[in-house]
Design a protein around this ligand. Structure first.
Ligand code: PHE
Length: 343
């Protein structure tokens, strides 16, 4: 064993001399420490057959050899990296005389991105994960897993872009499919939000777009009630609009929640007295929400007798329109600099 170790070290050092790139170094490292067939790994596996009285001495020697090899690998890696940096520095140069771009020519983040980041931060501070999901979604996750079978009339309001010759794929019509994906991936308890783009076959007008954004929210635990929805929603609206808001729930129907609600917010413009913005009702419709339907929990692999949850779908473009007084949703994707420069 001792001889094997010292010849391994000699062999390694001989090969190290010929290494002239990081790639070669990595390959050499693999021949020594590779998990399956590395020379050192193989020797280490034989330790269990060493006689008890020799174990200590051989163990110590193995350790010394290992540390030495690791150190030499590290030194070589640093030397190679230095060389590479030097080569880059020699071939590239910075023109310090190049004039600055005028300030107006600098871009900045789109107002939707700004608010999406703000929303994500806010939810992170309440212990939520921020998740992502595919925009090209399967019919199963977009509809069926959400308790919307093929013949269900709720599909009418979710007409979308389909992929030619692939009826099983759709451009997702909402961020709700990520509910089931998240439950399957992370189980319960779960707190997640999903900001993202969604698509519908809409004739566009001032308040409708074929491509818009939502922020889905999902909380699953053992004892979730409607009071939890109200608490989180108030936290969200207060955090984004930076003032105390009053909310109310009205019944609303969505196949994947039971009971389902529409959450309204007392109009901030007229303080509930009635104005053009709230169509003289004193309340502004903010987001659909509800307790997660048992069938959806089941599709997510959770037992509805043990777990309950709530979900909401915030129309984040609408929220940004409220926040800044934007009168037409089509501005967002128009690419019109006169609009964008205002933010
Ligand atoms: N996904 C629904 C829609 O886009 C909104 C929703 C989300 C409703 C979550 C209830 C709960 O129409």
């Amino acid at each position: 064993m001792k001889e094997q170790l010292s010849s391994l070290k000699k062999e390694f050092e001989a090969q190290l001399k010929h290494v002239s790139s990081l790639l070669q170094l990595e390959a050499l490292e693999q021949t020594i420490f590779g998990r399956k067939a590395g020379a050192f790994t193989t020797l280490a596996k034989q330790m269990k057959d060493v006689a008890t009285e020799q174990k200590k001495a051989i163990g110590e020697m193995m350790n010394t050899v290992r540390l030495k090899i690791v150190k030499e690998l590290e030194e070589k890696r640093e030397a190679l990296q230095r060389e590479e940096m030097k080569k880059i520095a020699e071939t590239e140069s910075i023109d310090v005389t190049e004039p600055h771009l005028p300030k107006e020519a600098h871009g900045h983040m789109h107002p939707m991105s700004q608010v999406e980041i703000e929303l994500s931060e806010l939810f992170r501070s309440m212990g939520f994960m921020v998740l992502d999901g595919p925009e090209l979604e399967s019919d199963y996750f977009n509809f069926e897993a959400l308790n919307i079978p093929p013949s269900h009339p709720a599909r009418d309001s979710h007409d979308t872009f389909f992929i030619k010759d692939h009826p099983e794929w759709v451009m997702r019509t909402h961020t709700s499919p990520v509910q089931v994906r998240a439950m399957r991936q992370y189980g319960a308890p779960l707190r997640a939000v999903v900001p993202g783009r969604v698509f519908r076959n809409e004739s566009t007008d001032a308040s409708h777009e074929h491509t818009f954004t939502q922020l889905e929210g999902l909380v699953v635990d053992t004892d979730i009630s409607i009071a939890d929805i109200i608490g989180v929603m108030k936290g969200l609206l207060t955090g984004i609009l930076k003032r105390e808001v009053e909310v109310r729930l009205r019944p609303g129907y969505f196949p994947f929640v039971e009971p389902g609600f529409e959450l309204d917010m007392k109009c901030l413009v007229c303080d509930g007295k009635g104005c053009n913005v709230c169509k003289h009702t004193g309340w502004v419709e903010m987001m659909p929400c509800g307790l997660v339907h048992p069938e959806v929990l089941k599709a997510g692999g959770l037992d509805p007798d043990v777990y309950s949850g709530f979900a909401f779908g915030l129309g984040s473009m609408r929220l940004v329109m409220q926040k800044y007084g934007i009168e037409d949703i089509r501005h967002f994707q128009s690419g019109d600099l006169r609009f964008l420069k205002q933010f």
